[in-house]
Design a protein around this ligand. Structure first.
Ligand code: NAI
Length: 319
């Protein structure tokens, strides 16, 4: 016999849930017993205008299928109002999926302050405001699950998306710290870099590619991460889309010790550039403490012999 992962009695807040990925999450949780807060400002993908229609349609769909849902039309910049909707309607919040997002693609040369500010407000401030308002509830009930939404654009950079890239990588640092601060309270926070067909991607990808990137295929990973049975996976980064998913992590090269004394010249760094870049024995750091240990070990080593800085292949002595 098989058993479904269920979310009965749990309140899930999904931001930007009027379409795309947010709608897919909402319909899923609605079908698995959760109380769903369907938030959507209902503006354009560039962040203009607003309407309650998108959120209402998703709420209707959940209810018609026998689920429980309420709509909220606030911008994520007013995240406290979204959490308030959850508390008023269901008396609780257990799961927050920070998903709302917009794009304002433009080359860095032509970027305006408005392009920058709108993106950082919706993605960074919006995710902060929602999590900040949910946090006291999570701590009090010693339970919380957070998903933040990054992007490959943030992890790797993307032409014409400097504002979006910056905001999306911010989600990684944000998640890592929430994971650390939440651990004691059974609050698990993870971050995904999804790829899916939506109004955001339909203009930049051909139909046959989009056909293989169903938003529904991002849902199962999120479902696993926010379920109560997940008591370990936190502070993790996942790429997910098209049915494929993989965890990402940092990799640190072997590194070089150029001690901070009289031999610590710019030239001494150039002499050890290969070591700085040597990934043959990688480390996978997960915290600041790890670097401090490395530093301590390094300090125990003797100072650089003076010869280091002059060991250059081209015979030019750089110091
Ligand atoms: P979408 O445009 O279909 O959905 C985003 C939703 O957020 C829209 O319904 C929109 O009305 C809503 N929204 C925008 N600003 C809001 C605000 N201030 N307050 C409340 N709601 C607001 O796009 P999609 O593709 O479903 O994107 C979902 C998330 O996934 C976004 O954070 C996006 O940046 C991210 N993402 C998507 C990728 C993809 O391939 N579709 C790739 C990488 C990241």
């Amino acid at each position: 016999s098989s058993k479904e992962l269920r979310y009965d009695g749990q309140t899930v807040v999904v931001t930007g849930a009027g379409g795309g990925l947010g709608k897919a999450y909402s319909l899923f949780f609605g079908s698995r017993g959760a109380n769903v807060v369907v938030n959507d400002l209902g503006g354009s993908f560039k962040g203009e205008g607003q309407s309650g229609k998108a959120a209402d349609a998703v709420v209707d769909e959940i209810k018609k299928a026998g689920g429980k849902a309420v709509a909220n039309y606030d911008s994520v910049e007013n995240g406290d109002k979204i959490i308030e909707t959850a508390i008023k309607a269901f008396g609780s919040v257990h799961i927050l999926i920070n998903n709302a997002g917009i794009l304002r693609d433009i080359s860095f040369k032509n970027m305006t302050d408005q392009d920058w500010d709108l993106i950082t407000k919706v993605h960074i401030t919006g995710s902060y405001k929602c999590a900040r308002a949910a946090w006291p509830h999570f701590r009090k009930q010693k339970y919380g699950r957070v998903i933040n939404t990054a992007s490959a654009a943030g992890l790797f950079g993307s032409f014409g998306q400097c504002n979006y890239s910056a905001a999306k990588l911010a989600m990684v640092g944000f998640t890592e710290t929430l994971a650390k601060e939440g651990l004691k309270y059974n609050i698990m926070a993870n971050v995904i870099a999804p790829i899916a067909a939506s109004r955001m991607t339909e203009t930049v990808m051909p139909p046959d590619v989009l056909e293989n990137l169903k938003p529904d295929w991002v849902v199962p990973l999120v479902a696993v991460l926010v379920h109560s049975s997940n008591s370990e996976e936190t502070g993790a980064i996942f790429e997910v889309g098209g049915g494929h998913m993989a965890k990402l992590r940092w990799e640190r090269a072997k590194g070089a010790l150029c001690k901070a004394d009289s031999t610590y010249t710019p030239g001494s760094i150039l002499a050890k550039w290969d070591q700085v870049n040597d990934f043959s024995q990688p480390e996978h750091p997960t915290g600041v403490a790890n670097f401090m240990e490395l530093l301590e070990a390094a300090q125990k080593e003797p100072s650089n012999p003076k010869g280091d800085a002059v060991d250059m292949k081209d015979k030019v002595v750089l110091i």
